[in-house]
Ligand binder design. Structure first.
Ligand code: FE2
Length: 166
C-alpha cells in the first residue's frame, strides 16, 4: 500500500516527465527551424526517453493500484537566443528533475516505503547519466570556444549532437 503523500509525489513525477518530454520536443522543433538537424535529432530522441520515463512511473503506479491523474501540462519554453541557450535550458531542467527524484527517494525512505525507494533508484542513476551527458556537451562547447554564435563551431556542435551517445 503506497501512502498518499508518496502517491502524490509519483503522480507529480508522471506529469513532470510528460512536461520534460514536451520541453525536449519543443527544443527539437526550435532546432529544426534553425537548420540544426543534429540538435533536432538529439532533442527529439531525448523527448522519447522522457516519455519512456513517464511510462515507467505510470506502470509502477498501476501495479500498486495508485490512481493516476494526468494534469494540464504547462507550455514548454519555445524560443532561445541560440543553441547554447537551448542546451543550458535543457540542462537546467534536468537539474530540477534530479531534485524531484531525490525528494521521492528521501520521502519514500523516511516513510519506510522501501518498494518505492527501490523503484526510484533507477531514476537516480538515470538522472546522474543525464547530468554527465550535459556536462560532456557543455565541455565540448568550451573546447570549441563555442558560445552559440553561427559559424563553423555551430556546425561542429550540431554534428556532435547528432552522434552523441545518450
Ligand atoms: Fe526523465
Amino acid at each position: 500500500m503506497i501512502q498518499s503523500h508518496i502517491a502524490q509525489l509519483l503522480n507529480d513525477q508522471v506529469n513532470a516527465e510528460f512536461y520534460a518530454s514536451n520541453v525536449y520536443l519543443q527544443l527539437s522543433a526550435w532546432s529544426e527551424c534553425q537548420g540544426l538537424e543534429g540538435a533536432a535529432k538529439f532533442f527529439r530522441e531525448h523527448s522519447m526517453e522522457e516519455r519512456i520515463h513517464m511510462d515507467k512511473i505510470f506502470d509502477y503506479m498501476a501495479e500498486c493500484s495508485v490512481p493516476i491523474t494526468i494534469e494540464q501540462i504547462p507550455k514548454a519554453p519555445a524560443t532561445f537566443g541560440n543553441l547554447m541557450e537551448a542546451i543550458q535550458a535543457a540542462y537546467d531542467h534536468e537539474l530540477k528533475v534530479t531534485a524531484m527524484i531525490k525528494n521521492i527517494a528521501k520521502q519514500s525512505f523516511e516513510a519506510e516505503d522501501y518498494t518505492t525507494f527501490n523503484f526510484i533508484e533507477w531514476f537516480i542513476a538515470e538522472q546522474h547519466e543525464e547530468e554527465v551527458l550535459f556536462d560532456k556537451i557543455i565541455d565540448k562547447a568550451k573546447v570549441l570556444g563555442f558560445k552559440g554564435e553561427p559559424g563553423q563551431s555551430l556546425y561542429i556542435m550540431d554534428n556532435y549532437l547528432a552522434n552523441v551517445q545518450h
